[in-house]
Write a protein that binds this ligand. Structure first.
Ligand code: ADP
Ligand code: MG
Length: 542
C-alpha cells in the first residue's frame, strides 16, 4: 500500500511535471505566435512609415525645388530690373546732357535771332508806318444838320480799303469832284476786321529792341474818331478805360506793351531792371504832368517844361515818375492820369481828344562792372550801351560819387559806385490829338485855339520827320513841346512806329488822304543805313 502510494505520488508528480511541461510548451507557442504577429505588424508599420517618410521627403524635395526656382526667378527679375534701372539712368543722363546742349543751342539761336532781329529792324529803317482802317460805325452815318439825305447816304459809303496787308486803296467818285483812285504802301495795313491781338503781334517785336537798349516810340496818328485811342488803349467806357480781365482781348497797345515789357523783364536776372512810369499830356503846347499829386496826395495836372540836357537828351525836370512792379499797377496809374485828360467834344466825335497823351515807361538797367556787356548778348549792343552808360550816368549817382569822394569815405563804398552802371531806355506810347483841319470840326473860340495848337504840333512832328528823312544837320525838335518831348524816341537810333488810323467813310475822305500823306512822308525817313551821329542839338535854337 505504501508502495502503491509512493508509486501514485510519483505518477502524480510525473503527471504534474508533464502537465507543467505541456503548459510551458503551450505558453511558449502562444508567445511565439504573438511575437510573430507583433513582428509582422511592426514590419508592416515600419514599411508604411518608411513609405510615408519617403513620400514626405520626395514632397519636400519637390517643394524646395519649386521654391528654389521661384527664388532664382525673383533674383533674375531683380537683376533684370537693376539692369533696366541702370539703362534708364544712363538714358536719363544722356537726355539731361542733350537737354543741356539743346538749351545752350537755343540760347545761342536766341542771341543770333536777336542780332538778326535788330539788323532787320535796322535795315528797314528806324521808322515804320502801319495803317489801321477801322470798321464803319453807326455814328459815321449821322451827319448833323443841313445835310441832304443823299449826301448823308454817301457819307457812310466806304472809300478806304485794305487792298492787301501792305496796301491801302482809296477809291471814290463823287459828283462835282475829281474821282480819287490811289494806293498807299506801308509796312503793314490792317483791315477793319483785324483784332487788337493782330495789331499788337506786329508791335511786340519792337519791345525786344527796348531791352536791347534802344528807345522805342509808338504813336497813333489820325483824325478824331479814327480809332487812335481804341488802338492805343482800348475801348473806353465813360472816359474810363475798360481794363477788366474779361475785356482783355479788347486791350490796346499800351496795356499789352506793358504786359510784354514785364514778361521780357521776368526772363532776365531778377533785380537788374526796374520800370518807372510817367503820364503827360501836351495841351495847347503846354506839358501837364498827370501823375503829380498835391500835398493831400490828390492827383492834379501840373505844368512842366521840357529841357535839353548837357548830353543832348530831352528831359522834363520834376516830372513825376512812379515805379511800377507789374502791368496791373501800371494800368491803375494810367487810368488815374486819364481821368484828368482835357477833352472837348467836337462835331466829329463826342469823346474827341484835343490833347496828345504821352505815356512813358523808363526802364533802368543796373549792371555791375564785370557783368557789363554780358547782359546784352550781341557785342555791338553792349559796346554801344557801354559808351552810352558812361554818358547817361544819372545825375544822382554822379552827385553821390563826388560827395562820397569829397567826404573821403571808405574805398569799398567808392568802388561799389564805380562798378555800378545804369542804362535807361524809354518806351513812349503816344495817343496824338485829332489831325482834322479846323473847318472840318466846325469849332470856334477856345476850341479853335486848341485846334490850331494841335495843327502846329502835328506839323512840327511832320517837319521833324522830314528833316530826319533829308538827313539835315538841324532837326527842329524844339519847334513844339511835343517833338521836344519825343526827341529821344524819334531821333538817333530810336525806333519809331507810326500807327495811322483811318476811318473808312466817304465823309472823312479829305482827312484820310491827309493822314495817308503824312504816313507816306514819314516812311521815306531812312536812317537805318546812315551812320549814327549824335543828334545835333544846337543850343541857339529858340
Ligand atoms: P480817336 O481816339 O481817334 O478819336 P476812338 O479810338 O475814340 O477814336 O474811336 C472812335 C470810336 O470808334 C470808338 O467808339 C471806338 O470804340 C470805335 N472804334 C475805333 N476803332 C475800332 C475798331 N478797330 N473796331 C471797333 N471799333 C472801333
Ligand atoms: Mg481819342
Amino acid at each position: 500500500y505504501q508502495g502503491l502510494a509512493g508509486r501514485s505520488t510519483k505518477e502524480v508528480l510525473q503527471l504534474y511535471a508533464a502537465h507543467g511541461q505541456q503548459m510551458k510548451l503551450q505558453r511558449s507557442s502562444v508567445v511565439t505566435q504573438l511575437h510573430g504577429a507583433i513582428k509582422k505588424r511592426l514590419k508592416q508599420d515600419l514599411k508604411s512609415l518608411h513609405s510615408v517618410a519617403l513620400e514626405l521627403s520626395k514632397d519636400f524635395q519637390r517643394q524646395s525645388k519649386t521654391c528654389l526656382y521661384q527664388v532664382l526667378a525673383a533674383v533674375q527679375g531683380i537683376q533684370l530690373q537693376n539692369e533696366a534701372m541702370q539703362m534708364f539712368q544712363i538714358k536719363a543722363f544722356d537726355l539731361e546732357q542733350s537737354l543741356q546742349e539743346v538749351t545752350e543751342r537755343y540760347e545761342k539761336e536766341k542771341q543770333k535771332r536777336k542780332a538778326l532781329h535788330n539788323s532787320l529792324v535796322e535795315l528797314r529803317g528806324n521808322i515804320r508806318v502801319h495803317c489801321r482802317i477801322r470798321p464803319l460805325l453807326p455814328f459815321d452815318a449821322a451827319a448833323g444838320h443841313s445835310v441832304s439825305q443823299d449826301r448823308q447816304r454817301n457819307f457812310s459809303e466806304k472809300v478806304a480799303y485794305a487792298a492787301d496787308d501792305e496796301t491801302v486803296l482809296v477809291k471814290c467818285s463823287r459828283p462835282g469832284h475829281a474821282s480819287v483812285n490811289k494806293t498807299f504802301q506801308f509796312e503793314r495795313v490792317y483791315n477793319d476786321l483785324e483784332s487788337q491781338d493782330a495789331v499788337f503781334a506786329d508791335v511786340a517785336p519792337l519791345l525786344t529792341s527796348l531791352l536791347d537798349g534802344y528807345n522805342v516810340c509808338i504813336m497813333a496818328y489820325g483824325q478824331t474818331g479814327s480809332g487812335k485811342t481804341y488802338t492805343m488803349l482800348g475801348p473806353q467806357l465813360e472816359g474810363n478805360l475798360a481794363l477788366s480781365i474779361e475785356e482783355e482781348s479788347e486791350l490796346g497797345i499800351i496795356p499789352r506793351a506793358t504786359q510784354e515789357v514785364f514778361r521780357l523783364i521776368s526772363e532776365k536776372p531778377p533785380g537788374s531792371y526796374w520800370v518807372e512810369v510817367s503820364v503827360v499830356e501836351v495841351y495847347n503846347n503846354e506839358i501837364f504832368d498827370l501823375l503829380a499829386k498835391d500835398s493831400y496826395g490828390k492827383v492834379f495836372g501840373v505844368k512842366r517844361d521840357v529841357v535839353t540836357t548837357r548830353e543832348g537828351k530831352s528831359d522834363v525836370p520834376l516830372l513825376t515818375h512812379e515805379t511800377v512792379e507789374n502791368a496791373f499797377e501800371f494800368l491803375n496809374l494810367v487810368n488815374k492820369g486819364l481821368q484828368l485828360r482835357v477833352t472837348h467834344p467836337t462835331l466829329v466825335h463826342a469823346h474827341s481828344s484835343r490833347s496828345h497823351l504821352v505815356v512813358t515807361l523808363t526802364i533802368t538797367t543796373v549792371v555791375f562792372g564785370d557783368n557789363f556787356g554780358t547782359l546784352w548778348e550781341d557785342e555791338q549792343t553792349s559796346h554801344r550801351l557801354n559808351k552810352e552808360a558812361s554818358c547817361t550816368f544819372p545825375q544822382k549817382m554822379r552827385d553821390s560819387k563826388s560827395t562820397s569822394s569829397s567826404r573821403a569815405s571808405s574805398p569799398v563804398q567808392l568802388e561799389a559806385t564805380e562798378k555800378m552802371k545804369q542804362v535807361k531806355t524809354r518806351l513812349q506810347l503816344v495817343d496824338l490829338a485829332g489831325s482834322e483841319c479846323v473847318g472840318m470840326s466846325g469849332v470856334t473860340g477856345a476850341a479853335l485855339r486848341e485846334t490850331s495848337f494841335i495843327n502846329r504840333s502835328l506839323s512840327a512832328l511832320a517837319d521833324v520827320l522830314g528833316a530826319i528823312a533829308e538827313q539835315r544837320a538841324h532837326i527842329p525838335y524844339r519847334n513844339s513841346k511835343l517833338t521836344h518831348l519825343l526827341q529821344d524816341s524819334v531821333g538817333g537810333d530810336a525806333k519809331l512806329l507810326v500807327m495811322l488810323c483811318i476811318a473808312p467813310g466817304q465823309k472823312y475822305l479829305t482827312e484820310s488822304m491827309q493822314s495817308l500823306g503824312f504816313g507816306t512822308r514819314a516812311r521815306q525817313v531812312q536812317r537805318g543805313q546812315v551812320k549814327k551821329k549824335n543828334f545835333p542839338v544846337p543850343s541857339k535854337a529858340k
